[in-house]
Design a protein around this ligand. Structure first.
Ligand SMILES: [Zn+2]
Length: 649
């Protein structure tokens, strides 16, 4: 294909994708895939020296939909120049230095992933809200935007002013909405865009959107800098979220980008990068604009976390709680530098809801620390087939039971379930049997019929003789590790039981409230739901567990094997009543060891930094928590100081 044919093809494809994205709010490809073709088109236009009239490179944003009234912005909303690598960003900074003779101070902020909005206030009242549209003219969505709860209807400033920001859907609200929605939303960005560009404002209201303000367009009153704008937006009551910093070097700006990328999976909203802007308004005036972008701002985009690929099959895995979990097998796809070919489909109910079929093209999302997930169908493909609901367990052949959205294997001795239970029972946060792994569990289950925790607790050296890979020394180690693990704490034991939904934190809270196993085992639903973090579902799980005579018999047998409970978390000690946050990796202590030291000395370890935290114990590569601690003025200590507090050094 010659260059002009390819150019025509790229323009047509990109225009169709953009139409589906902007006009229908129904994207069929991930942003990264659009960007790849767009970049190819730009390169081609540059090398050929011309572009087609309808090329998307002439446009800013999307075409306008006729159903909405249209309105011109007072000031044009430019899109942002973008870069994706350290080199590209350094080049961009280099251009500033070339033009100015120095690197000006840059503001660093989050790049929210939603729908850009422009709000016009006059005489202190919100008079009009528009989408960005093509940057010059947008769609009037005032009624829709007015359903956003925390948006100020009136502000103190009485002049004419355009407030700009992103209409977004918080991930917690997306999850809440999808729980009961007939048509689940594929992602938060389209959830937000589709809600705002809906003619019926009650639809907008039902999704619970937020407006994150970050810029001021036209204003009667001059602003000297981005910092001033941000302070103004905050003072007027707009939601102004996300870290914000003024960087005076390339490395400081890049450090902000790094920290933000690390914090990204923990945020309750989507961001796809950070935005750097020259802070000073007078310096911006010197720099000016290109045809499409301000020269004083750039978006630094993170690696893609979503792509599309084809679903080619589904495997069902049996979990510890006997659930059959659907695992999607996909054509391998590169997501942000990692090849992904398996992803979770969550549960059978979710498959039906998302209408996913084998053969369809699907969206796959991946974030740092969770399994990739299929979030929805990108394109229904002819000949695709419905995902069959298993009627028997694919491992043990027992009948499958359907409860709500989930399928369960009813086989008592389903191998993967038993192995996962043993592994859980012995894991770090449960009984912590040193040197025991899932492999050990599998071996003991398959070769020695160690099918449950009671048998594991009563394991003898003779039982293990001749086991592959186990010499005398290794056998001795495991037997003494089991003996040592029997001196445990009640909360570890409760966590080890593997009651559905009871994590280690909840196990601790249960012990705090009920003190003994006897009292917990007879607690009523009312008493259980009284405990922080326990709702009706968890309470019912706990009750059902202790109501099952087989479980009670098993607990008796475990205790008979010599389990002893040590006192949990004494309230005395150097950290009495203190709340501590751990971040980064410490030079000598593992996270679990530091936690235990804090708890056994009366302290409590929590996960997020707030003003109520007494100190942060920080190691190498601390991430965003350290930043937050500095911002809130929370004390930060290192490991040597920590040891001194404990009198260990
Ligand atoms: Zn089974």
């Amino acid at each position: 294909m010659d260059a002009s044919d390819r150019m025509r093809q790229l323009v047509d494809t990109l225009n169709e994708w953009a139409r589906l994205y902007y006009e229908e709010d129904a994207p069929v490809v991930a942003d990264a895939e659009y960007d790849r073709l767009y970049d190819e088109l730009r390169r081609l236009e540059a090398s050929e020296g011309y572009s087609l009239d309808d090329s998307p490179t002439h446009r800013v944003g999307g075409a306008l939909q006729k159903k909405f009234e249209q309105s011109a912005h007072i000031l044009r909303l430019y899109s942002l120049d973008k870069c994706q690598t350290v080199e590209e960003f350094s080049d961009w900074c280099g251009r500033l230095v070339k033009q100015l003779g120095y690197l000006p101070a840059l503001t660093c902020e989050y790049k929210f992933d939603g729908l850009t909005l422009n709000l016009l206030y006059e005489d202190g009242a919100l008079v009009k809200a528009t989408t960005r549209g093509d940057g010059v003219v947008g769609e009037v969505v005032t009624a829709q935007v007015q359903t956003i709860k925390r948006l100020p209807r009136r502000i103190k400033y009485k002049g004419r002013i355009e407030i700009q920001g992103e209409g977004i859907l918080r991930l917690s609200n997306l999850a809440k909405y999808n729980l009961t929605a007939d048509e689940p939303l594929k992602n938060a960005r389209n959830g937000a865009a589709g809600a705002i560009r809906n003619l019926d404002p009650s639809v907008t209201a039902s999704r619970g959107l937020s407006f994150m303000a970050y810029n001021i367009g036209y204003s009667d009153m001059p602003f000297g800098s981005q910092t001033e704008m941000r302070a103004f937006l905050k003072a007027e009551g707009f939601e102004v979220e996300g870290d914000f910093e003024v960087a005076d070097s390339v490395s400081a700006a890049l450090a902000f980008a790094d920290r933000t990328e690390q914090a990204r999976p923990t945020l309750d909203y989507l961001i796809d990068g950070v935005v750097f802007k020259v802070n000073s308004a007078s310096v911006r005036d010197v720099l000016g604009f290109t045809e499409k972008f301000p020269k004083w701002a750039v978006a630094y985009k993170f690696k893609a976390d979503e792509m599309t690929t084809r679903l080619i099959g589904v495997e069902w895995q049996v979990s510890r709680s006997a659930k059959l979990n659907p695992i999607a097998i996909m054509e391998p796809v590169d997501i942000g530098g990692v090849t992904v070919s398996r992803a979770t489909l969550n549960n059978y109910g979710d498959i039906l809801k998302k209408k996913v079929r084998v053969g369809d093209r699907v969206f796959v999302r991946r974030s740092n620390d969770v399994i990739p997930e299929i979030t929805g169908v990108a394109e229904q493909v002819d000949g695709a087939e419905a995902i069959a609901k298993p009627t028997v367990c694919p491992v043990c052949g027992s009948p499958v039971k359907e409860v709500g959205a989930f399928l369960y294997c009813t086989g008592e001795d389903c191998a993967p379930r038993r192995v996962a239970q043993l592994d859980h029972f012995a894991c770090k946060d449960a009984l912590d049997i040193d040197g025991f792994s899932e492999k050990t569990a599998e071996l003991l289950y398959n070769e020695r019929h160690i099918t449950d925790a009671v048998k594991l607790l009563n394991l003898t050296a003779e039982d293990m003789l001749g086991l592959d890979g186990f010499g005398d020394k290794k056998i001795g180690n495991l037997i003494s590790a089991i003996a040592a693990a029997k001196r445990t704490t009640l909360d570890r034991f409760i966590f080890a039981l593997g009651i559905d939904g009871i994590g280690k934190k909840t196990a601790k809270d249960l012990v705090k409230r009920f003190k003994t196993l006897d009292k917990l085992s007879i607690a009523t639903i009312e008493q259980l739901t009284d405990v922080d973090g326990i709702g009706a579902v968890l309470a019912a799980n706990v009750r059902a567990y202790f109501d099952d005579p087989a479980n009670m018999k098993m607990i008796d047998a475990m205790l008979a094997s010599g389990i002893e409970f040590q006192q949990t978390a004494p309230s005395e000690g150097v950290f009495k009543g203190m709340r501590v946050v751990l971040t980064g990796s410490l030079p000598t202590y593992k996270r679990g060891e530091a936690t235990q030291l804090i708890e056994s000395n009366g302290g409590e370890v929590t996960s997020s930094v707030s003003k109520n935290v007494d100190f942060v114990l920080a190691g190498a590569d601390p991430g965003s928590k350290l930043n937050k601690a500095h911002k809130l003025g929370v004390k930060v200590i290192d490991e040597p100081t920590f040891k001194r507090m404990l009198g260990l050094e």
